[in-house]
Design a protein around this ligand. Sequence first.
Ligand code: SF4
Ligand code: SF4
Length: 415
Amino acid sequence: MSTCAKCGACSTVCPVFRTSGKESHTARGKLHLLDTLGLEKSSSVFIDIFSACLLCGACAAVCSRKIDINKELLAARNSFSSLAGPHAYEKYLARKLLDYPGSLTGLRILAKTCGKVLGDKLPRDSGLRLRLAPFEGDALPVPDDGQHEEGGAVNINTRASLVWFPGCSARYLFPDILDSCKSLFSQSSFVLQYPDGLACCGLADCAAGDCASAQKKARRNIEVMGATEGPILVTCASCYAHLKKYPELFIHDAHWQTRAEEMALRVMELSEFLENQSVRHSASGTEEEQKLRVFYHDPCHLRHETPSVDKAREQLEKTGEMEVIELPDGPRCCGQGGLFYVAHPDISAAIRDQLVQDVLALKPDVVTSTCSGCLMQWQQGLVAAGSEIKVLHLAQLLKEKNGVEFFLYQFSVIQ
Ligand code: SF4
Ligand code: SF4
């Protein structure tokens, strides 16, 4: 039995409940079902209810009984068949694609080709048009093997290698993010390199309750990154939060848990890394000049699971060229939730569209974030709203503003 006090604090922050109004969608509702029915009664309705969760962590952050709600939900999902629940085959296929993340490059090319052929022929609110929206733009280079120096003002011979985990989306679907990260660091004392053999972080498997697949990917990444030294830069917020939680995947395996802990200590999120480098911003703007109005979208995994890490606002403000604008009621979930948007497209779109509408009222010039899933959701939301406001990864925005330089770094952050 859970220790839920039925206080309802979780209901007030749950983005799914706020949209659907169904008590069964709250953490309290799901815990009550587990307590009263147990997993033996896992009908299709039951499975559907447990899939209706973004795993955003908002409920656990306010829970008066400090219940690890995600852990309870994932244990429940783990007991269901992978092919049960809403849109199960699509979710399963997406996870299988991530077993071979290089195949996402083919998906990107297909999406770009479809976008070019169909173009404006699709109605503005067509589902296909929204899905193609993140792939709009100029032809992008196929990413290289990551083992080569990327050019820049600093002599490569004096630059240290920095182990980099860019995440599958940036590496294979959106290489403009990849290139922006490289370009941002080309003025630094580092060369970004992702080691051969990295796997997907495994967050999608974990969210589906597929612990075995999540552990398999985690072991691979621990092996690959364990053969390197120094900090590990992670430029996708959700990958970062999941890599940090690798030790929790191996609570019954002391050997791998120790190795996971060693790796997790080295992992640093982009804004955290910039903060630790005493980044000097070469701002050219003055008080009189109009600053770029930037809406920074907080990825839920950073906001609720590692709230002390997210330093993006500070980095943006430090440029002197940007003003970070905020929603009156604070940051909100975008509704993407990994594969949640596949399982529950209507709820996901409703959460997204309300957020987009409220942010557009603030009249932003640009929207930025560091989670690839959130960025995709924002791109779709803005297209659905008929807005032409740009959505950029933090590295793209900082690079575009040409506002950062780095001091030499001595690897002093490693404990
Ligand atoms: S994790 Fe998020 S979506 Fe899921 S029950 Fe908690 S608040 Fe709701
Ligand atoms: S906040 Fe925690 S204790 Fe309160 S109802 Fe929700 S799950 Fe139960």
